[in-house]
Design a binder for this molecule. Structure first.
Ligand code: AGP
Length: 604
């Protein structure tokens, strides 16, 4: 998903430029790398699992006389990290090489169609259908072949392709980023701006449906069969800022990616008609599915709070008990394991020591395990019987944001799929509502100035309380964790019904209390809890549904688009992520690297 692709054509030796530009995309994460170079009438190809520097080492004595080529770093989504799954991929003749970033959703049927025409495939990737389609359609005009090939693709792609004997690099873009770096007598393609900055600050951000080519002396862009011009942007950023996409911090960049990361996580698993299909990913456990009786969800920190959403949702939709525990406790309590127990591990990094240990303990007891993981090829992903990847892309900020909403999204998919296969439920109405969530997320993201204004009012406070009921309790806990871990302010969350059992004593005049009120079924109860804190002088900030009359009477409130109670969590959490971000920014905090914390806690 978040692979990096680059291309170069110009007077320089291509190989060193390709390695240098690829390395500037390393922060996007990768598990394999590859290059393809035009050498006269032939294509030179070198690719392997592992780091870019390993490939560079392997080629260091090769003096390849090429001034044009493509390169790729892969963060696997289809097919495990391996030499043969690494890009570039070739057609049967070896005269066409392709690198790709994105997900081809209809690759299975294309693969079958091409195999029936005699094409032989060498990898497990979805990408490999592209060079073989090009081979099918190439009759001397590479661009025409590429335009025809991509018209067959469903899904997302940023593609760069070279054809033996043709001194141009061809490109196509839809839903995955791709830019042209415009140099002096040389041109570049890259997935992201940082790759080309040392060579040029002039970039063209390509749009969906753009196809074309770069050569040493020009670049040509088409929309459909019409040639168009796109304006050249002079990039004001330095390298560091460029890796943050020009944002001040990775945190805000990653918060604002959540419509896309949820869309990517749903892709191919949730169909246009609302149907859900996880059969391929869950295949290793298919025979054990009928005897599933109880689920354990085990994780740490934010991943645990995502697990809370999973618990409430799956118990309600599927009707089986779901136990949830933080990994550091789960490992040391005497958990009675019964026939039909399954374990779900949730982890962005896939390396958290306590979560990994819980996985190993339970695997030894023969419990089927599912990993919900973001980092492809990580320990938890490798050792779980099945991995349902979140496709949030690399999450650089220590404070987890887009991984959380992607994890919750995977729980929605898993719960609905289990209800479909185990209870024969027609899940399409739920799936159709789930399809609207990415757009609803982008509507919430568009209102970030409202939260920034709230932060202006609140950043001098020293205590914050968060309350919620049902799935909103998990959101409140996540909101409190976000605020405390980057602002260093005291932020505590309670199940709203618990206030009168003690925490109410903490409420003093003017203290901010964030009330998450999105569960229609529990709204009346929440109103009485709000009145409890109001009566003690609290300043109540509401996270409400659009149109909730409560908005009129609260000190401040943020509203989210309406959806069913189950699906509000990825919407309601965003104003809390932003509140933590803008308060911490006002306080001048480090934000991306908070004190005392690490992105992945690989020690117990
Ligand atoms: C969340 O913002 C924190 N960075 C932390 O709680 C994190 O969620 C926890 O350490 C779990 O990490 P994992 O998802 O990589 O396992």
């Amino acid at each position: 998903m978040s692979c990096g692709i680059v291309a170069y054509v110009g007077p320089r030796k291509a190989l060193p430029v390709i390695f240098d530009t690829l390395k500037r995309l390393e922060y996007r994460g990768y598990d394999s790398a590859g290059v393809a170079l035009l050498v006269g009438k032939e294509i030179f190809l070198a690719k392997q699992k592992g780091k870019i520097k390993d490939l560079e080492e392997r080629l260091k004595d090769e003096d390849i006389p090429s001034k044009m080529g493509i390169g790729h770093t892969r963060w696997a989504t289809h097919g495990r990290p391996s030499d043969f799954n690494a890009h570039p991929h070739l057609d049967c003749s070896g005269k066409i090489a392709v690198v790709h970033n994105g997900i081809i959703e209809n690759y299975n049927e294309l693969r079958e169609e091409l195999k029936a025409k005699g094409h032989n495939f060498r990898s497990e990737t979805d990408t490999e259908v592209i060079p073989h389609l090009l081979e099918e359609y190439y009759q001397g005009d590479p661009l025409q072949a590429l335009q025809k090939a991509v018209s067959r693709l469903q899904g997302s792609y940023a593609v760069a392709a070279i054809f033996a004997g043709v001194d141009k690099v061809f490109f196509a873009r839809k839903d995955s980023p791709l830019i042209i770096g415009v140099g002096e007598g040389e041109n570049f393609l890259a997935s992201d701006i940082p790759a080309v900055l040392p060579y040029t600050k002039k970039v063209i951000v390509l749009e969906d449906g753009d196809t074309g080519f770069i050569s040493e002396s020009e670049y040509v862009i088409f929309q459909g069969d019409k040639r168009i011009e796109r304006k050249i942007m002079e990039v004001p950023w330095d390298q560091q800022a460029a890796e943050r996409g020009g944002f001040e911090h990775f945190m805000i960049k990653e918060i604002l990616e959540q419509d896309q990361s949820i869309r990517d996580t749903l892709r191919q698993r949730l169909h246009e008609d609302g149907d859900i299909d996880l059969s391929e990913e869950l295949a290793p456990l298919a025979d054990k599915l009928p005897n599933l009786r109880r689920l354990f969800i085990v994780a740490c920190g934010t991943a645990y709070y995502a697990g809370m959403a999973g618990k409430y949702f799956i118990e309600s939709i599927l009707g089986i008990p779901v136990e949830i525990d933080i990994a550091s406790e789960f490992r040391y309590r005497a958990v009675p394991i019964m026939e039909g127990d399954w374990l779900i591990l949730v982890s962005q990094s896939g390396e958290t020591a306590d979560t990994l240990a819980a996985l190993r303990d339970m695997k030894q007891k023969g419990v089927p395990t599912i990993g919900i993981v973001n980092a492809v090829g990580s320990s938890i992903a490798r050792e779980s019987d099945v991995t349902l990847y979140t496709r949030a892309g690399p999450e650089i900020c220590v404070a987890s944001t887009k991984a959380y909403t992607a994890q919750v999204t995977v729980f929605y998919l898993l719960g609905l799929y289990l209800a479909k296969v185990l209870k024969g439920m027609d899940v399409r109405p739920y799936g159709q509502e789930l399809l609207t969530i990415p757009h609803k997320v982008s509507q919430v993201l568009a209102k970030r100035e409202e939260v920034e204004k709230m932060a202006e009012e609140l950043y001098k406070e020293r205590d914050f309380f968060f309350i919620g009921r049902g799935m909103d309790w998990g959101v409140a806990l996540e909101g409190a964790l976000k605020l405390k871990e980057i602002s260093y302010l005291r932020a505590e969350a309670f199940a709203a019904g618990e206030l009168k059992h003690g925490p109410l004593a903490l409420i003093y005049d003017g203290v901010p209390v964030v009330a998450v009120v999105t569960q229609e079924a529990l709204r009346d109860k929440m109103i009485s809890n709000i009145e409890e804190v109001w009566a003690r002088g609290a300043r109540v900030i509401g996270v409400l549904r659009e149109g909730d009359p409560l908005q009129e009477s609260l000190a401040m409130s943020f509203t989210i688009p309406n959806t069913i109670d189950y699906f509000t969590s990825p919407l309601a959490v965003i104003p809390l992520q932003m509140l933590a971000y803008y308060i911490s920014r006002k306080l001048g905090r480090e934000i991306d690297q908070p004190r005392n914390l690490a992105k992945s806690v690989t020690v117990e």
